[in-house]
Design a binder for this molecule. Structure first.
Ligand code: G4P
Length: 286
């Protein structure tokens, strides 16, 4: 799912999202729970303006659960409800419906006050490539897709997919670009396989990953590669070379780099989050 973004494409994507936003009550912003900031689009806030938004921290099954809690607290401080989910397996997707209705409760109440039996809300999934927009969309409406498919004539060109009688989602997600101008963002996206590996050199990505593991998940690094604590005293390039030899790749730095990246993606180090956040503390008085 690699997309080449050029200025023309970016302008077009932005316009498309802006047009679609006019049709919905609420935005489901999908991010990767392992990199909740780097997997955001730099302009989305500006594009959305005052439309309500819920942060969906997807791929939470791969992220460090403690960090996910901190990130959810952070988004709450920012004024956003958030949900951490694994769209692929043990799905908590009904939660989305619940949170949507909580966030839109005033709007919903107005509809009931007008005497409407059903208070319909409409949403769109928006995010950068590979965060899981399509997976979420498909899981959200799975049953309904099957149902409408049974009725002839209504399967083509439908714009709205029913989650239930009162909740519809736009049938195509809004795709926006990541923050390319920040090199670390690109490195993180490459590490997690969200952009083409060839754009970023494996050894740069591996060096970043090694440094992050060393500083945030040292015990797991020690255990996975059977290292002694003192081995971590080396600077990162030396540690890379040390590990390259230790794992039997002789002098082949790149092979170790690929191995490390694969080990991370395959969960050899457990559930990892590659971004920290420091929560604002409540200030009392002046
Ligand atoms: P997109 O529409 O936002 O571009 O993302 P999409 O749904 O295609 O999902 C991208 C990849 O991430 C897919 O894997 C999908 O199965 C996986 N994925 C989506 N949600 C989750 C989740 O909550 N947990 C985990 N573990 N994986 C998730 P894929 O098609 O196999 O692609 P790839 O893994 O080869 O990149």
């Amino acid at each position: 799912s690699t997309i080449q973004w050029f200025p023309g494409h970016m302008a077009k994507a932005r316009n498309q999202v802006q047009e679609k936003l006019k049709l919905v009550d609420i935005v489901l912003e999908i991010v990767d729970a392992r990199i909740p900031i780097s997997s955001q689009n730099p302009m989305l806030a500006e594009i959305i303006e005052h439309k309500p938004k819920i942060m969906i921290l997807n791929k939470a099954d791969l992220a460090d659960p403690k960090q996910t809690e901190v990130w959810q607290a952070y988004f709450k401080q920012q004024g956003y409800a958030s949900i951490a989910i694994d769209a692929q397996h043990k799905s908590q997707l009904p939660q989305i419906n619940k949170v949507v209705r909580t966030v839109l409760k005033d709007k919903i109440q107005k509809q009931y006050d007008k005497g409407l039996k059903l208070a319909k809300v409409r949403a769109i999934c928006i995010g950068i490539p590979n965060v899981g927009k399509s997976t979420i969309l498909n899981r959200l409406v799975h049953k309904n897709i099957a149902k409408t498919g049974d009725r002839p004539g209504v399967t083509k060109n439908q714009q709205w997919l029913k989650v239930n009688e009162e909740f519809e989602v736009l049938d195509t997600p809004g795709i926006l670009w990541p923050k390319f101008e920040d090199q670390t963002v690109g490195t993180k996206l490459a590490l997690l396989g969200s952009i083409k590996d060839s754009i970023y050199a494996d050894d740069d990505v591996a060096l970043f990953a090694l440094d992050y593991l060393k500083t945030h998940y040292a015990p797991r690094l020690l255990a996975a590669y059977k290292l002694n604590e003192a081995d971590l005293d080396q600077d990162n390039p030396d540690l890379m070379l040390f590990l390259t030899k230790k794992l039997g790749f002789k002098e082949d730095y790149d092979q170790f780099a690929q191995r490390l990246i694969l080990d991370i993606r395959k969960g050899r180090f457990g559930r990892l989050t590659f971004e920290d956040v420091v929560l604002a503390t409540d200030t009392v008085g002046d």
